[in-house]
Write a protein that binds this ligand. Sequence first.
Ligand code: GCU
Length: 417
Amino acid sequence: MKHSVITKTFCIALLPICTLPNFPAHGQDAKFVPNYDEARVPEYELPDPLSGVETKNDWGSRRAELYERMATQMFGTMPSPEAAKLRIESTSPGKLILDGKCVLRQLKIKIAGQSVDVALFLPVSASEKPVPIFLGYNFNGNHTVFDDSSITLPQSWMRKTADHKAHEKDRGSSSGRWAIEKIVDANFGLATLYYGDVDPDFDDGFRNGVHSQLGVPSDSEAASIGTWAWALSRVVDALETIDEVDTQRVAVIGHSRLGKTSLWAGASDERFALVISNNSGCGGAALSRRQVGETVWKINDSFPHWFCGNFKQYGRNEGAMPFDSHTLLALIAPRPVYVASAHEDRWADPKGEFLSCVHADPVYKFLGTSGLPSKKMPAPNTPLHGTIGYHIREGKHDVTDYDWQQYIQFATKHLVQ
Ligand code: GCU
C-alpha cells in the first residue's frame, strides 16, 4: 500500500529570499527569529510510515526499522535494562492524605548509581485491587508536587533555584500542575519523580547523572532525553514489585521536554499502555519539517545534551530526516496516544502537533483502531478522543486542570471501561 503524504502550503521558490525566516548559519551568533507565519511554512514531504507495508504482519518489521532510525538518528539507542543495576533501597509505609482518600508512599531506588525518589499517590482502594497509574517526571522535585512535610527533598542538582538546591519553602509550589485529588477520585494512582535525579538538565559533557556510570554516549547513543525515557522504564520495573499498582495499565505522561521524553518512552517500551504528551513541541509531537517556532537547529543549539549527536545533522536540513514526529506517534500505535497543545504556546507549534496526529492516523487505522476522530484542527477546548486524542486549550504553555480532566477521561475510556 502506497501512501503519499505531501503537504504543499507554499512554493518556496516564488518568495523573495528576504522574506524567509532568518536562519543564522551554523556557528554564528545571529539572533534566531522563529517563524509563526503559515504562509512561510516551507513545502515538505513526509516519509510514509506505511511504505512497503501490505499486511499487519509487515508492520512488525517496518516498525522495528522506523524505531531503529529514530533511535540512532534522534534520541539515541537506550542502554540495556540490566545496565541500570536497579535496586529498590527503601519503601516508606503509607501515609493517609487528602482527608484519608489517598495513600502517599515513597520509594527510593538506584538507577545506574543515581538515587531516585519516586512519590506514589494511590487511592485507598488500591489495597484491595491494583489500580492503573499515571507515571511522569516533575520539573522541580517531588516536594513541589504536593505540600507534605514527609516528601523527601531531592539531593540532586535543581534547575530552577539560585543555589541549585531543593528548599522546604518550595513544598507544593508546582501542585497546580498535578491534579492529584482528581486522579485519585477517578481511582487512578500517580507515580512521579524528579527528572534531575536521573540526569541533571544541563550540558556537562555527560559526566553527571546516569551517564557517570553508563559512560559518555556515542553519537548514536542516548543523551539526556533518551536516558530520562529509559529510566521511566526502570521505574516500571520497580513498580512491578508494588502490589497496589497495576503495571499493565501505566499511562506515561510528560510536559514539554518531558513530553518529548514520554513519547520516546512510549515508543520504546510497549509496557506503557497509554502515552500522553503535553505541549511537547519540537522534538516531541510537532512536525519538524514545518519549522514553526522552535526548529531542529535551535533546539540542538540551546540544548545540545537532549538528543544524540547524530541529530545535529538535521539542523536546517529537516527534509533529510528519515522520519518526523508523526513517525514517533506511529511507533506507539495501536496503543492510545494523547497530544495536547496550548493556544498561546506558539513556540511548540500547536498546528504541527495536530498534524502529527493526522499523519499518524493512517497507521492507527491500518492497525484496526479508531485513530483520530477528525482531520480538521479543533477549536480551543473541544477535545477529540479517539485512539489518538488531541486538544488545544486556551492559555499558555503549562499543565492545567483542564488538561488533566481530558487525560483522566481518555485513560478511563481506554484503560478502565
Ligand atoms: C524550551 C525548549 C522547548 C521545551 C521547553 C520546556 O522552551 O525550547 O523545546 O519543550 O523549554 O521543556 O519547558
